[in-house]
Design a protein around this ligand. Structure first.
Ligand code: CP
Ligand code: NVA
Length: 305
């Protein structure tokens, strides 16, 4: 049985995830066919961090499916302080049909999902960003034609985006090399989980500290900000620690000639990526951003319809 919620990619089976990608591609090809798919359904967006892509793609997505959205920021609900996570869940389940939550602690999203009888979608926590990775793998499949055996290099912080890319690589059978500065490795539990499950799909996940080794012969070169939301006090230290991990012309020179560059955005140009790479013909970052919309409409339909 499919999970009630979309909290982490590792909670979902390869078959169900591939069905979501297929549905996303079908929605993208003929969006009009789906315009009554979630007629009059309401989606609450709990946003405890800033957002451009996640907010816009969820709001526009649910509207395109015939439903509507409401945004709840800390100014409105002050989650966990004005009211407990459980009480917010118990109220929202009486009034709306689904919840998207972007928050700090992953446990908050998990608790919301456990307490609410309605579906809960993770729109980013400090631990993972599953909707991003679904859009990423949809994009890679569009551009490269398949996911099995595709060589992805992720250069940078072992953060939420890296964790979801790892979960996705394992589920979709991709080959992912992560290169991180010392001290910024992905979570040890995530690495262990990947080692245990990669065999089932022919995936490979390797964790390195050498960006050149990770990028060598890559089909996809991916990076993310050095300082994620909520870690701003570490920004100066991180700029020093990550300085050898910029994705620039010298580094992508080691990738395949037809490599594509990806970034979940927002980008800090001149830090994790040079203008010359993100603005190059290899960059597919805006196609990737657009695919948030299509991938999440598939998730919304699967969970709420
Ligand atoms: N990639 C992404 O989630 O963007 P936002 O933070 O703007 O939503
Ligand atoms: N790792 C980044 C991703 C932003 C979409 C962050 O958490 O801020």
């Amino acid at each position: 049985m499919r999970p009630k919620d979309f909290i982490a990619i590792r909670d979902w089976s390869p078959e169900d995830l591939l069905a979501l990608l297929d549905e996303a591609a079908a929605i993208k090809a003929a969006p009009g066919k789906y315009r009554r798919g979630l007629e009059l359904k309401a989606l609450a967006l709990i946003l405890e961090k800033p957002s451009l892509r996640t907010r816009v793609s969820f709001e526009v997505g649910i509207h395109q499916l015939g439903g509507y959205s409401l945004v709840l920021t800390p100014a409105e609900i002050n989650l966990g302080k004005r009211e407990s996570v459980r009480d917010v869940a118990k109220n929202l389940e009486r009034m709306v049909d689904g919840i998207m939550i972007r928050t700090f602690r992953h446990e908050t999203a998990v608790e919301m999902a456990e307490e609410a009888s309605i579906p809960v979608i993770n729109g980013l926590t400090d631990f993972c960003h599953p909707c991003q990775a679904m859009a990423d793998y949809l994009t890679i499949r569009e551009v490269k034609g398949r996911l099995e055996g595709i060589r992805i290099a992720y250069v940078g912080d072992g953060n939420n985006v890296a964790h979801s890319l790892i979960f996705g690589a394992v589920r979709f059978g991709a080959h992912l090399s992560v290169a991180h500065p010392p001290g910024y490795a992905p979570d040890a539990g995530v690495i262990r989980w990947a080692a245990e499950h990669a065999g089932a799909t022919g995936a490979r996940v390797e964790i390195l500290e050498d960006p050149v080794a990770a990028v060598r012969d890559a089909d996809v070169v991916y990076t993310d900000v050095w300082t994620s939301m909520g870690m701003e006090t570490e920004a100066e230290q991180r700029k020093r620690d990550f300085r050898l991990y910029q994705v620039n012309d010298a580094l992508v020179g080691h990738a395949r000639e037809d490599y594509v560059f990806m970034h979940c955005l927002p980008a800090h140009r001149g830090e994790e990526v040079s203008d010359s790479v993100i603005d190059s013909a290899h960059s597919i970052v805006f196609q990737q951003a657009e695919n948030r919309l299509h991938a999440q409409k598939a998730v919304l339909l699967a969970l709420i319809a």
